[in-house]
Ligand binder design. Structure first.
Ligand code: ZN
Length: 675
C-alpha cells in the first residue's frame, strides 16, 4: 500500500542543512511545469555519511531501479513504447521549425507521455491529447531525419504513420487505461496491457479455478503475468528473465547481483538472492519467501523492487513494476522513536476521561527514510509513504515495513513555499516567517504524534463495537488522532524530550492547521460541492469547532484585507485548551460509540462549505497558477573509479527534465517496442 501526496505536506527539519548553508545558492526544487503537472527535484541529505560499501550498494540498486523503466510503459498500454519512441525520434531528428508554438505543444505532449509513463493521465487514467493537429504531426514525421521509427514487423512506413497517428489522436482508441465502471467488461474496456483477447469472466474463472479453498498462506495469484488466449486456451505469460519483459529484467538482475556482492548482512543478502531467483523463475511462492526475508531486513540501506502494486489492473491482481532505493534517516527515526518510547507518559497525561484511557499503551514506531532513487511506477510520480508487503498473511505472521519518505515530502513542501501559496493565505510576515522556519519540523512532529500515538491512544468501553460510528468512524478517528497531536505539540514535555526548542513549532503548526481547515483545503474541492474526504472533514471539523467555541474570547479572528479573508490566531494558549476540550468529547464519542453525537459533530462542523469563501479561495488559488500534480526527477549517482574499483559515489542534481528522460530512453531502454 502506498500513501499519496496531498496539498500540504509534512516534511523534515533534519533535511534543512543542505540548503541552509549560506555559501550555497538555494536549491531549486521545482524545475518544470506544463499542463497540470510540475516537475520537482529531491535532495539526498546524509548520502555522504554512508560508508563506501553502502554507497556502492545504493548505486547498484539504483541502476536496477532504472533498468525496468520500459516495463511500466508497456504494462500501461501496448503502444506506449511506440508513441514514446516515435515522439523521441521526432524530438531528436526533426529538421523543421523548432521554435514554433506547434513544436512547443508537441514537446509538451512528449513531456506528458514521459510523466505518465504512457498516453493516459497518471491520475485520472484518461487518454490525453497533444494540442496539435494530426496534419502537423504528419508533417513532423515527414521532416524527421537520421532516426528510425518503431515499425511493427511487416508494416510499411505509411502504415506505421497512419497507425501511430490514430493511437495518438483518435479519442475512441484506448480512451481509458483503467475502466472500472459497474456493468462493463472491465478487462475489455481498459487499455492497460495486462490481458489480451480474454473477457473479464474468462479471467475470473481462470483464477477462481486456481485458488485453493482454506489456504491460509495463499500466493498472490496472477501478480506477475499477462493473461492471453493461445489456441483457444487461456494462459499466463509470466514476466521473467526468460519470459515477457526478459530483456529489461535481465538488466535488473545484473545490477541486483552486483548489489548482492556488497549486501550489508546475511539477511539482506539472502533476500536479494531470493529476489533474483524469483525474477528467474516467476514463481510466486518464491516471491512470498522473498517478502518474508525483506520484512526481516533492517539494514541501513533498503529498497523496493518488483511487481508490487495492483492499482493499474481493473481486477486488482496484476502489479506494476516499481522500484525505490533508500536508506534510514537516523535523526528523524530517532524523533519517532523518542515519541513512541514515551507513549505511556502521553496516555497518562491526556485530558480525556480516565475511564477511556489505556492502562498500558505501546507506541508504534515508523521508519523514516531518505529516498535515493525512484524507478518504474514510482517515477516520476512517487508515493510519500510505503507500507509493504501487500500479502495479508505475511503481514499477520511476519509483520510489515511502514516507511515515510521525508526528503520527498520536504521537497514538496519547499516547492510549495516558493510558490506564493503561503504568502497568499497567511495574514502577516511574522506568520510566514514562522511557517518557513518551524513549519517543516512542526508538520513532522504532528505526523509522528498522530501516527505513533494518536491512533493507538484510548480505549472503547466494554461492549462497544469498533464500527459503532459507521460512516462517521473515519473522520472521527482522524479527528481524534489529530487532536492528540495538536494538544501535545504545545506541551512542555516536547521541550523536555528535546523535540522542539520552544513555542514556535506549535504556533507554526496551529497557524497552518487553522488556515488549512478554514480555507486552503477548499482549493481541492469543486465549486458547489461539500467536503467528502475523511481527512478533509476532520480538519474542517477541528478548525470550525475551535473557531466557533473561541468566538466569545476572539481566540481565532476572521479578518479581511483588500477583499481577502484571513484567519488569525489571537490566543494560542486558549486554542490549546479548546483542542483539549474537543479531544475529551471526541474520545467520549469514540469510547461510548455515540453514533448520534458523531453524526452531529461531523455534519455540523466537517461537511459544509461556505460557498462565498470557497469562491474567493478558488479565485485566489487560480491566480497563483500552480500545477496540482507533482513528480520528481532523480538525482544522478555517479561512481568514481580507480581502475575497475569504485572508490566513491557522488551525487549530482540535474535540473533538465527533458534531458533526464532522453538519457533514460537512451541508456536504460531494453525492451522491444512491441511485447
Ligand atoms: Zn490517521
Amino acid at each position: 500500500m502506498i500513501a499519496l501526496a496531498t496539498a500540504m505536506l509534512a516534511s523534515c527539519g533534519s533535511n534543512k542543512t543542505s540548503q541552509d548553508d549560506a555559501t550555497q545558492p538555494p536549491f531549486q526544487f521545482q524545475v518544470d511545469q506544463f499542463n497540470d503537472l510540475k516537475v520537482l527535484r529531491y535532495q539526498i541529505p546524509g548520502f555522504d555519511s554512508l560508508t563506501l560499501k553502502q554507497k556502492e550498494l545504493v548505486y547498484y540498486l539504483s541502476q536496477a531501479a532504472l533498468c525496468g523503466r520500459d516495463i511500466v510503459f508497456d504494462q500501461n498500454y501496448k503502444y506506449n513504447l511506440a508513441v514514446r519512441r516515435t515522439c523521441e525520434a521526432i524530438y531528436k531528428g526533426y529538421k523543421g521549425d523548432r521554435t514554433s508554438a506547434d513544436f512547443a505543444n508537441f514537446t509538451t505532449y512528449l513531456k506528458r507521455v514521459w510523466f505518465s509513463n504512457g498516453i493516459h493521465h497518471h491520475y485520472s487514467n484518461d487518454k490525453f491529447f497533444p494540442e496539435i493537429t494530426p496534419e502537423y504531426f504528419a508533417g513532423l514525421m515527414a521532416a524527421t531525419e537520421g532516426v528510425e521509427f518503431p515499425l511493427m514487423e511487416g508494416e510499411t512506413l505509411e502504415q506505421f504513420k497512419a497507425r501511430i497517428s490514430q493511437v495518438i489522436f483518435d479519442p475512441t482508441v484506448a480512451p481509458k487505461r483503467l475502466d472500472q465502471t459497474e456493468g462493463v467488461d472491465m478487462v475489455a474496456a481498459s487499455a492497460c496491457n495486462l490481458y489480451e483477447g480474454v473477457t473479464q469472466k474468462e479471467v475470473e474463472d481462470f483464477y477462481a479455478a486456481m485458488r485453493k479453498p482454506g489456504d491460509t498462506e495463499p500466493i498472490s495469484y496472477g501478480l506477475n503475468s499477462r493473461v492471453v488466449k493461445e489456441n483457444g486456451q487461456i494462459v499466463e505469460k509470466k514476466w521473467t528473465v526468460n519470459g515477457l519483459y526478459g530483456q529489461a529484467l535481465q538488466k535488473v538482475v545484473y545490477w541486483l547481483q552486483k548489489a548482492i556482492s556488497v549486501a550489508e548482512d546475511e539477511t539482506q543478502r539472502s533476500g536479494l538472492e531470493k529476489l533474483v531467483e524469483y525474477y528467474n523463475t516467476g514463481d510466486l511462492k518464491t516471491w512470498d519467501d522473498y517478502n518474508v526475508l525483506w520484512v526481516q531486513d533492517t539494514s541501513m540501506v533498503d529498497y523496493v523492487n518488483g511487481f508490487i502494486e495492483v492499482y493499474g489492473d481493473p481486477l486488482g491482481m496484476k502489479a506494476g513494476w516499481e522500484a525505490v532505493v533508500d536508506f534510514k534517516d537516523l535523526e528523524a527515526t530517532r524523533r519517532a522513536t523518542t515519541i513512541s518510547a514515551n507513549a505511556q507518559w502521553f496516555e497518562d497525561h491526556s485530558p480525556i476521561d480516565p475511564r477511556f484511557k489505556k492502562e498500558t499503551v505501546k507506541g508504534v514506531s515508523a521508519k523514516v527514510i531518505t529516498v535515493a532513487q525512484l524507478g518504474g511506477d514510482c517515477y516520476p510520480t512517487t508515493p510519500i509513504g510505503i507500507n509493504l508487503p501487500n500479502a495479508n498473511w505475511i503481514r499477520a505472521q511476519h509483520g510489515s515495513k511502514s516507511v515515510t519518505m521525508e526528503n520527498i515530502t520536504y521537497a514538496y513542501n519547499q516547492a510549495s513555499m516558493g510558490s506564493g501559496f503561503l504568502e497568499e493565505f497567511a495574514w502577516s510576515p511574522e506568520e510566514i516567517e514562522l511557517a518557513k522556519q518551524y513549519g517543516p519540523l512542526a508538520d513532522n512532529l504532528h505526523t509522528d504524534l498522530h501516527e505513533c500515538l494518536g491512533h493507538g491512544s484510548g480505549k472503547l468501553l466494554p461492549g462497544v463495537s469498533t464500527d459503532a460510528l459507521r460512516n462517521y468512524h473515519s473522520p472521527i478517528e482522524e479527528t481524534r488522532a489529530d487532536l492528540f497531536a495538536l494538544y501535545y505539540l504545545a506541551d512542555p514535555k516536547m521541550v523536555e524530550l528535546g523535540l522542539v526548542t520552544g513555542e514556535n513549532e506549535y504556533k507554526a503548526e496551529y497557524n497552518s492547521y487553522i488556515r488549512y481547515g478554514m480555507m486552503t483545503q477548499l482549493t481541492r474541492i469543486e465549486p458547489g460541492k461539500n467536503i467528502e474526504q475523511a481527512h478533509m472533514r476532520n480538519r474542517a471539523l477541528i478548525a470550525h469547532w475551535a473557531y466557533e467555541k473561541g468566538k466569545a474570547n476572539n481566540v481565532i479572528e476572521r479578518k479581511s484585507r483588500e477583499g481577502k479573508t484571513y484567519f488569525v490566531i489571537n490566543d494560542y494558549a486558549k486554542l490549546r485548551e479548546l483542542f483539549g476540550e474537543l479531544l475529551i468529547e471526541i474520545q467520549r464519542i469514540t469510547s461510548e460509540g455515540d453514533f448520534n453525537a458523531a453524526r452531529q459533530m461531523v455534519e455540523t462542523y466537517g461537511v459544509k462549505v461556505d460557498h462565498d469563501l470557497h469562491r474567493e479561495v478558488l479565485e485566489r488559488y487560480a491566480k497563483l497558477n500552480l500545477a496540482p500534480y507533482g513528480g520528481f526527477m532523480n538525482p544522478m549517482l555517479v561512481p568514481v573509479f580507480e581502475g575497475d574499483k569504485i572508490v566513491d559515489v557522488k551525487v549530482d542534481y540535474p535540473a533538465d527534465y527533458m534531458e533526464q528522460m532522453m538519457n533514460y530512453s537512451t541508456n536504460y531502454s531494453f525492451l522491444p517496442t512491441y511485447n
